[in-house]
Design a protein around this ligand. Structure first.
Ligand code: ATP
Ligand code: MG
Length: 314
């Protein structure tokens, strides 16, 4: 049986929980004696979003049909809304694209041809509302990411202003770890750390306004950045403002909902998280259970609905 991740003309170099990365199968002659990481060896990388879904850092079964295509469309759409932010997409005029193999038709909807960046090991999380891990931390400490917050906030409440709560990007299979801003300075230096924070907060603020104008609340999100290898410019990479990397809620339900669950009517994988939390005791059972058909369908529908809301308006 052939590997499902095989792509004609491309060499598979890495798989995360959701994305598969490829480099061109043919390498330049002057790289012949290069023995390092194949991803670093290539100046372009094909980032292919699969339909895989992960929650609690585990990849679940089965996949969500159409999810990879929606994530890719959302990322491209958001990058179009952010023309001032340098991003990793390789554009037609880029001479690095000369002589590259075609992107196979079977993955073209899910694929982005990108410049290979030197990724920073930081997940740049921004939260505009209290939810998930942020809500847990607030309940325990009254603060998030070390930033003190007003007393008496409830699950789902809007924060006085968006907060930057970075995490250290753990190697595959390990859990990411929340870190302080000072720790990010130790990891990437003060200049880059400051740029990551400022860019993340700026993009979040702008994206929140765009989403709100379409009746959608952007509650929180996570960005990844890397350094452009030619210029060193801090560049936005990976997926951008997707329903995998963000929490999105329906603005009307938020205003009228009587319970936290109804307020946070989500366009993301909260359905999967909630079902797993109710049906899987992680301490007792090693493997997560298979998602029921109904959960898979509802999640697929929510992902499509977000894209339609954002891009077609209400
Ligand atoms: P992990 O990276 O720990 O596997 P993940 O499960 O979120 O986390 P995916 O999102 O599935 O990973 O895989 C995408 C990988 O590709 C990430 O490691 C991301 O940092 C990396 N990546 C994204 N864009 C680029 C780029 N332009 N250059 C180099 N690496 C990139
Ligand atoms: Mg990722």
């Amino acid at each position: 049986m052939s590997d499902a991740r095989e792509l004609s003309g491309w060499t598979h170099v890495y798989s995360g929980k959701v994305r598969d990365l490829y480099v061109p199968a043919t390498t330049p002659d002057d790289d012949d004696d290069w023995t390092g990481d194949p991803l670093r060896r290539s100046r372009v990388v094909l980032v292919v979003a699969s339909d895989r879904v992960s929650a609690f850092d585990r990849v679940l079964e089965p996949a969500i049909p159409g999810k990879g295509a929606v994530l890719t469309k959302l990322t491209r759409w958001w990058l179009d809304q952010l023309p001032e932010v340098p991003n990793h997409l390789a554009y037609a005029e880029d001479d690095r694209l000369a002589g590259l193999p075609d992107v196979p038709a079977g993955v073209v909807e899910r694929a982005m041809l990108c410049r290979t960046l030197d990724m920073f090991p930081i997940e740049c999380v921004v939260r505009g509302y209290l939810a998930g891990g942020g809500w847990k931390e607030y309940q325990a400490t009254g603060a998030i990411g070390g930033i003190p917050l007003p007393e008496g906030l409830s699950n789902g409440d809007r924060l006085p202003e968006p907060v930057y709560t970075p995490a250290w990007k753990a190697p595959l299979g390990e859990h990411d770890e929340n870190i302080s801003y000072e720790r990010t300075i130790e990891l990437v230096g003060e200049t880059v750390a400051e740029q990551l924070r400022a860019l993340s907060l700026d993009i979040f603020t702008h994206a929140s306004e765009v989403a709100e104008s379409r009746g959608v609340i952007l509650a929180d999100t996570k960005f990844e950045f890397g350094a452009d290898r030619d210029t060193g410019i801090v560049t936005l990479a990976d997926e951008v403002l997707t329903s995998d990397s963000s929490r999105y809620w329906d603005a009307e339900a938020y205003l009228t909902g009587a319970t936290p669950e109804l307020r946070m009517a989500s366009f993301d994988k909260q359905i999967v998280r909630d079902w797993l939390a109710a049906n899987w005791d992680q301490d007792e059972v090693e493997e997560p259970p298979t998602l029921p058909h109904e959960i898979v369908e509802r999640t697929a529908e929510r992902y499509r609905a977000l894209f339609e809301r954002l891009t077609l308006g209400l």
